[in-house]
Ligand binder design. Structure first.
Ligand SMILES: *Cc1c(COP(=O)(O)O)cnc(C)c1O
Length: 226
């Protein structure tokens, strides 16, 4: 097996074990391999090992890398996990199967327009600023009901919530809060958990985990900010 295949098998085994401990069906958890900053040569071994869901944080970078890779292998699902500018909504709707970063009413309106024009809607997650941190992206916890109402008014289906907990503190309470917010809002999907904490996230209800470093190794220093 390649190194990529080894890493993938290890992450999949950890997810299966966390799901087993939480008495959840492992098929309810989707592993997104976060390939931002990594080139096609680094991505191909994971595709060869069977991975099909990939995450990118920039529309431009994804548009440069993925059409070629998709032509090589059918069945790839692409997830946008980074902030989206409203003027790139059309391009994002055309390229991605899921957008995890819906965070404001102006973007909801841009996406509604783009989806109507394209005649398709990617799966959509509202990103919640789960720790109410000043610098962090995502909609405020208190603003979630209004944003969900705006999406419904615009004719968009929101499928779930996404969050990135505050750094350097125990993430479990934030995962539990995101799960509770999703439950209260009647949304089936929860995108939470990264390389350092995906097992905890699975135990607390994650349906999508976004794992980069544990699958690809460290991102280059110069590219660390994506
Ligand atoms: C980069 C990134 C990840 C993956 O982080 P790792 O720690 O490398 O697993 C997950 N989610 C988001 C939103 C990211 O930007």
């Amino acid at each position: 097996m390649s190194e990529a295949a080894d890493r993938l098998a290890a992450v999949e085994a950890n997810i299966a074990e966390a799901a087993r401990r939480a008495q959840r069906p492992v098929k309810d958890v989707r592993l997104i391999a976060v390939s931002k900053t990594h080139d096609a040569a680094a991505i191909r071994p994971l595709i060869a090992a069977g991975q099909r869901d990939f995450g990118e944080n920039r529309v431009q970078e994804a548009a440069a890398k993925w059409p070629g890779l998709r032509a090589e292998t059918p069945g790839i699902a692409l997830h946008l996990i980074g902030q989206l500018q409203s003027n790139k909504a059309e391009e994002a709707v055309a390229l991605f199967d899921a957008i995890h970063s819906v965070d404001r009413a102006s973007l909801v309106h841009a996406l509604a327009k783009a989806c109507a024009k394209a005649g398709r809607q990617p799966q959509l997650f509202v990103q919640v600023n789960i720790g109410d941190e000043e610098q962090k992206g995502g909609c405020a916890v208190a603003g979630l009901p209004a944003l969900l109402a705006a999406a419904a008014d615009a004719g968009l289906t929101i499928d779930g919530l996404m969050a990135i907990p505050p750094a350097d503190v125990e993430p479990a309470p934030y995962f539990a809060l995101l799960d509770e917010l999703a439950e209260r809002s009647g949304l089936p999907l929860r995108s939470m958990g990264m390389s350092g904490d995906y097992e905890t996230a699975v135990m607390l209800g994650a349906t999508h985990v976004r794992v980069g470093t544990a699958l690809f190794g460290m991102r280059g220093q110069a590219q660390a900010k994506g």
